[in-house]
Design a protein around this ligand. Structure first.
Ligand code: FAD
Length: 397
């Protein structure tokens, strides 16, 4: 058994882990990142959409090869195929090359002084009494025991750190996704991201077309607990109904899980913290988690490093991370979760009616969890009776 020692060990080199490692290393402590895959960023389980603001948070240059398509508009289709265009002079986004994007973040962490070990799978936490004091791992050379003052679990939705450190084992609600990367297309508007809602297409979730260029796009969907068939079945049916995709070539098939229930109640304990998907920090309506995960990782890494240097890695000391993340993202994530619960009660007809009264700004607010109450209060003044009833429950609750 090989024995290693460091101040902060980060499990997982996704956005949350690489940003945590980078910010901890910038504080001057010894940081080790353990990543189970041989290459950071692969395989890709992502639709690869990110706002410019999100890219800046990640510290990556919004230029090729990290991004491949600028996005200036989102188009949301109601079940009856009427749509609302979301445009704002202050907003732009990109479709990423997520593998290279993730590698850029981990390179930044290494440049800041963190050490990266790939092909190394963490199998659980090491405890001394009540405290977590490191992790067990294995790679082709054998077993490892890594002692650390703080363990950061940035190991995604199925986090082994979460499950072995005594946090909640799983999320109360998740979206299950399937996606094709389609090639050989001839898209008229590659600068538009398309979203489709409705029980026929994606029960409890939505479908998307996120172009990577005019001839390649990520085309996928996510479903939630009310679905009756696996997402790939819904996806095949939906893709075959769109003439644009009839002669497309499937370049890649992937998918994955998006925790949709919001941040877990407890994400720090003595010597251990969870960040990103491991902590459930995605925006529940959209399932987007790169921006919030990176923002969380940054704070987690900084607090971990300072706590390690001070010699106090108690749950109380590490809670500074939870409080700071909550100030910037907590309300957005909670409000977005409430939106999911409200939209679950909408029938397709309700969604069609809603599409006729919402503006671009309303949808952005509702989807991102910003100014939700104000937006709903404004919408009830124009909404038909049934929708007022559904929205009031949210406003009053
Ligand atoms: C189909 C799909 C589409 C999505 N599309 C978007 C999108 O367009 N935009 C967006 O913002 N978000 C999207 N998301 C969500 C986004 O991908 C995640 O929120 C984001 O990747 C979370 O980052 P993270 O660092 O927390 O976790 P991850 O990116 O999941 O990184 C976790 C890392 O930990 C490693 N790891 C796991 N277990 C171990 C272990 N035991 N030992 C060592 N290493 C381990 C993994 O290999 C991985 O590298 C999508 C998700 C899915 C499933």
């Amino acid at each position: 058994m090989e024995l290693l020692d460091c101040d902060v060990v980060v499990v997982g080199a996704g956005p949350a882990g690489s940003l945590a490692a980078r910010s901890a290393a910038e504080q001057g402590v010894e940081v080790l990142i353990l990543e189970e895959h041989p290459e950071v960023g692969l395989p890709v389980y992502c639709a690869e959409a990110l706002s410019l603001q999100g890219i800046e948070e990640c510290g990556v240059d919004p230029k090729p090869p990290f991004v491949c398509q600028e996005i200036t508009k989102a188009r949301v289709f109601a079940p009856d195929m009427n749509y609302v265009d979301l445009v704002s002079s202050e907003w732009k986004g990109f479709t990423l090359n997520r593998d290279m994007f993730d590698r850029s973040m981990s390179n930044n962490a290494v440049e800041a002084g963190a050490k990266l070990m790939t092909s190394t799978t963490v199998t659980g936490v090491i405890r001394e009494g009540k405290s977590v004091v490191g992790v067990f791992a294995s790679n082709e050379s054998g077993s490892l025991e890594v002692k650390a003052k703080v363990v950061i679990g940035a190991d995604g939705h199925s986090s082994i750190i979460r499950r072995t450190a005594g946090f909640r084992r799983w999320f109360p609600d998740v979206g299950i996704c399937a996606q094709f990367r389609l090639g050989g297309l001839n898209l008229d508007y590659p600068e538009i991201n398309e979203f489709y809602v409705g029980s026929n297409i994606a029960p409890g979730g939505y479908a998307w077309v996120f172009p990577k260029s005019s001839d390649v796009a990520n085309v996928g969907l996510g479903v939630r607990r009310i679905h009756k068939a696996p997402p790939i079945v819904h996806l095949r049916k939906w893709v075959s109904s769109d003439p644009r995709f009839r002669d497309a070539e499937v370049l890649l098939t992937n998918g994955g899980i998006c925790p949709a229930s919001g941040q877990l109640d407890r994400i720090v304990d003595d010597g251990v913290m969870l960040t990103g998907d491991a902590a459930g920090q995605l925006i529940p309506v959209t399932g987007a988690g790169v921006h919030s995960g990176a923002a969380s990782g940054k704070i987690a890494g900084e607090v971990a490093a300072k706590a390690a240097e001070e010699g106090d890695v108690s749950s109380k000391r590490l809670s500074e991370y939870v409080e700071r993340f909550d100030k910037s993202w907590g309300k957005r994530i909670r409000d977005s979760r409430k939106m999911v619960e409200m939209l679950d009660k909408f029938s397709d007809d309700d969604l069609n009616a809603l599409a006729r009264i919402v503006t671009s700004e309303d949808i952005l607010n509702l989807a991102n969890g910003t100014a939700v109450s104000r937006t709903l209060a404004k919408l009830v003044t124009k909404a038909p009776g049934d929708i007022i009833r559904l929205m009031s429950a949210y406003i009053l609750g």
